[in-house]
Design a protein around this ligand. Structure first.
Ligand SMILES: Nc1ncnc2c1ncn2[C@@H]1O[C@H](COP(=O)(O)OP(=O)(O)O)[C@@H](O)[C@H]1O
Ligand SMILES: CC(=O)N[C@@H](CCC(=O)OP(=O)(O)O)C(=O)O
Length: 263
C-alpha cells in the first residue's frame, strides 16, 4: 500500500493571527505521516503593498500582478511569510524546508494569457507543472516542504499563483506516489449552510451538489474557486479532500474534520 501524504493549505486569515497560527503549527507539526504545507498570505501582501503606496486589485479572487506587485508578493510570500512558517515548524521539531516553485524546479507555471483582463505576472498550472520526483526526494530525505504561492516559468520569470490551486496541483501530482489527502484549513469550521452560523457545517458535498449550492448562493466569494480546486483534485485521483478550521486539524484522523468532498 502507498505511504500516506497530507497536503495542507492555510489561508491568509490564519497566517495573519499569531495565536491561531501558533495553534495550527502545533497541530501540523504533530500530524503523523508525510506532509507538505502550502500557504498564501493575500491579506498581508495587500497590507504591505498599501504601506508602499501600491494599490491591490483583485479580479475574481485573483490578484492583478504588475512588476511592482510581483516584487511585493515575492517578498511577502516567498520571503517573510515562508521563512516565519519554516522557523515556527523548526521550533516544533518539524524539519521544514521553504520553497517557491523555482526552488528545485518543483512547480513550473505559464503566464496567464491576456483575454479580457491582463493579470500580469500570474501563473497558471497545467498537469505537468509539478515535479513529483523532486518533491518525493525531499520527503524521503526527512524534509517537510513548505510551499509559498510563487512559481516560475523556467525562463527566469517568477509568477504569482493562487495557493489553493498550488495545493490542488501538488495533491494530484503526488497521488501517483502516495495515498494523498488534500486539506484546506481556514477560519471557519467547514463549508457552512448558513455563513452566519458556525455550527451549520455541511459534512459532505458531492460534485453534483456543488453547482446547486453555488446557484443558491450558499457558496460564494473565495469558497467558489476553493471548491472548484477541491473537486478538480477529487476528479484527478486524490483520495480525499476536506475543508475545515485550522484549529481542528487534530480531528483529521478521526474523520471528524469539517466538510468532505465526495466524487
Ligand atoms: N458557505 C460558505 N462556508 C464557509 N465560507 C464561505 C461560504 N461561502 C463563502 N465563504 C467565504 O469564503 C472564504 C474563504 O475563502 P478565501 O477567503 O479565499 O480563503 P483563504 O484565503 O483562507 O484561502 C471565507 O472566509 C468565507 O467568507
Ligand atoms: C494570483 C493570485 O491571486 N495569487 C494569490 C496568492 C496568495 C494566496 O493564494 O493567498 P490566500 O490563500 O491567502 O488567498 C494572491 O496574490 O492573493
Amino acid at each position: 500500500m502507498a505511504a500516506k501524504m497530507w497536503i495542507v493549505k492555510i489561508g491568509g486569515n490564519i497566517i495573519d493571527h499569531s495565536e491561531g497560527l501558533s495553534r495550527f503549527l502545533e497541530h501540523f507539526a504533530n500530524l503523523r505521516g508525510n506532509k507538505i504545507l502550502v500557504h498564501g498570505g493575500g491579506k498581508i501582501a495587500t497590507r504591505t503593498a498599501a504601506d508602499l503606496g501600491i494599490e491591490a486589485v483583485l479580479v475574481e479572487g485573483r490578484r492583478i500582478t504588475d512588476e511592482a506587485m510581483l516584487r511585493v508578493v515575492t517578498m511577502v510570500y516567498a520571503g517573510l511569510t515562508n521563512k516565519q512558517l519554516v522557523a515556527g515548524l523548526q521550533a516544533r521539531g518539524c524539519n521544514a524546508i521553504g520553497l517557491s516553485g523555482a526552488d528545485g524546479n518543483t512547480i513550473k507555471a505559464e503566464r496567464r494569457p491576456v483575454k479580457e483582463i491582463d493579470y500580469g505576472f500570474v501563473g497558471d498550472l497545467w498537469p505537468g507543472s509539478v515535479d513529483a520526483d523532486a518533491i518525493a526526494t525531499l520527503v524521503a530525505g526527512g524534509f517537510t516542504p513548505v510551499f509559498s504561492a510563487i512559481t516560475h516559468d523556467g525562463r527566469g520569470q517568477l509568477l504569482n499563483t493562487n495557493a489553493d490551486t498550488i495545493a490542488s496541483a501538488l495533491a494530484v501530482a503526488l497521488s501517483a506516489k502516495y495515498d494523498t489527502s488534500l486539506v484546506y484549513c481556514f477560519e471557519k469550521r467547514g463549508v457552512l449552510r448558513n455563513i452566519q452560523d458556525d455550527n451549520s457545517v455541511i459534512p459532505e458535498i458531492r460534485a453534483a451538489e456543488f453547482e446547486q449550492l453555488k446557484m443558491s448562493g450558499v457558496i460564494a466569494d473565495g469558497m467558489v474557486p476553493k471548491l472548484h480546486n477541491a473537486f478538480q483534485a477529487i476528479a484527478r485521483g486524490v483520495s480525499e479532500v476536506c475543508i475545515g478550521h485550522a484549529d481542528e486539524l487534530c480531528l483529521l484522523r478521526q474523520q471528524q474534520f469539517g466538510t468532505r468532498m465526495i466524487r
